[in-house]
Every structure is written in structure tokens, then in C-alpha cells.
Design a protein around this ligand. Structure first.
Ligand SMILES: [Zn+2]
Length: 242
């Protein structure tokens, strides 16, 4: 069984995203060929299984990615760090879409992230599953980090605000300590890191993800050479305990 979890950030051209036209073509490629599953759903042993994961809940997920998911009948996991989410924002959509990612993180009041009502709409659509992405988006291997605040609190908060159980955790920056991983395993069914490798199913915790920002072509992550690399890295990572 082969499961690729793909990691995306923005719906804009650049190293931290893909232009909307590229995402459109990429999603069309996936929808015509592979099984798209959310965490824990049955996988198809005869096909490549794909899990789409978008990090940080930028406003462009709501404005650009979500309509593309609807167009291609795909679903995705959205990883949300609650500290950046506001009840409402004053900025117009064009400003919210075009801000740089670091500006968004430093100034969440500018409206670069989804609001609570937007996240509720996404969660209630049945097309988007919500994952916790820490509370403040800090790396969880940092000394002195408050693991209760970063792991336990966002799960309860997101579930209460969005009306859905939150069963997945995405490590910010893909980083964690052994104790952070144990804490996540105790509270969530699924955990995601980076690692650039494929997975044999949902069982492994944390699951590896492939960086799918900055795509050179709609099918770039799925060439035979790339899939051989993911498989080799899977075994290499396991060999060295990662
Ligand atoms: Zn992140």
C-alpha cells in the first residue's frame, strides 16, 4: 500500500506555494488518477493514495484552494495554529491574499489567515478536515516549550469553535522531541511530520509528508523517479530511527 501525504502552504507562486493555475492542473492530475483520502479513511491497495495537507490556514486556502477542491471533488486536511485566527478582519480580500507569509505571521490582525467563521464553513463542508498545528506555531523540540498549551489546548479549542472532533496534529516545521511525540500520540489518532518519504498506510505515527510547494509541473511529485526516492527515503528514515 502506498500513501503519499503532500504538504502545501500558499496558493501563490513561489517557494512557499503554487500559483492557482498550477494547483488547478495539479488537482486535475490527482483527481483523474489517484485515491484522495482524509486521515483514517480506507485506502485502495490497487492505486496510489494521496492525502492533501495545507499548513497554517492562510486566507488563500479559503479563497482559492477550497473552490479548486470543490471543482475537482477532492478533500484536504487544513493545519491550523489557533493563535493566528480572528473572529473577523477589516482588510479587503485582495490585501489578505497578497501579503507575504512572514508579515501574516507577525501581524495576524492584518487578515492573512482564515477567520473563525471561514474555518467553520470549511469544516462543515465535509471537504476539509481540521488538524491542530500547535497553538502558537512554535517548534515542539524547543527547550521549555509548554506542551500542554501547544498540543492539548488547540485540540479542545478547535473542536469547540468548529463543532468537529480534531484527530490529527501537524508538527510546526515538522519538528518535535520524543516527549512531544508521546504527548501527541496520547491525544490524536494521526500525526504528521515532513521527511520527504511515502507511507505504507495510516499506522505510522508521525506520517511522512512530501513538500509539494513550488511545483515545476502538475505531475512533478508522482514521476517514477520521485516515487522511488520517496520509497528509499522511507526505509532510510526508518533505519536511522526517524
Ligand atoms: Zn506551519
Amino acid at each position: 500500500m502506498s500513501l503519499l501525504a503532500l504538504m502545501y502552504h500558499r496558493a501563490r507562486a513561489g517557494p512557499q506555494g503554487n500559483a492557482p493555475a498550477m494547483l488547478d492542473a495539479h488537482f486535475a492530475h490527482i483527481a483523474g488518477r489517484y485515491t484522495c483520502a482524509l486521515p483514517g479513511e480506507p485506502l485502495d491497495p490497487r492505486r496510489l493514495n494521496i492525502c492533501l495537507t495545507f499548513d497554517d490556514a492562510y486566507f488563500d486556502f479559503y479563497a482559492v484552494v477550497f473552490p479548486l477542491l470543490e471543482k475537482h471533488n477532492l478533500r484536504a486536511l487544513l493545519a491550523v495554529p489557533p493563535v493566528v485566527v480572528r473572529e473577523e478582519v477589516a482588510a479587503p480580500a485582495c490585501d489578505r491574499l497578497t501579503q507575504e507569509s512572514d508579515v501574516n505571521h507577525n501581524h495576524p490582525n492584518y487578515g492573512g489567515f482564515c477567520t473563525w467563521p471561514e474555518l467553520r464553513e470549511l469544516a462543515q463542508s465535509g471537504r476539509v478536515a481540521i488538524a491542530a498545528h500547535g497553538f502558537t506555531h512554535c517548534p515542539l523540540d524547543r527547550e521549555g516549550v509548554d506542551l500542554h498549551a501547544e498540543i492539548v489546548v488547540p485540540q479542545a479549542l478547535l473542536a469547540a469553535r468548529l463543532g468537529h472532533a480534531v484527530q490529527s496534529f501537524v508538527f510546526p516545521y515538522g519538528r518535535f522531541s520524543p516527549v512531544a511525540l508521546e504527548r501527541v500520540r496520547g491525544h490524536y489518532r494521526h500525526a504528521f511530520r515532513i521527511g520527504g518519504a511515502d507511507n505504507s498506510g495510516w499506522d505510522r505515527q508521525p506520517l511522512y509528508r512530501i513538500d509539494a510547494d513550488g511545483l515545476a509541473a502538475p505531475d512533478a511529485p508522482f514521476t517514477a523517479a520521485r516515487r522511488t526516492t520517496y520509497r528509499a527515503r522511507h526505509f532510510w528514515n526508518r533505519l536511522r530511527g526517524r
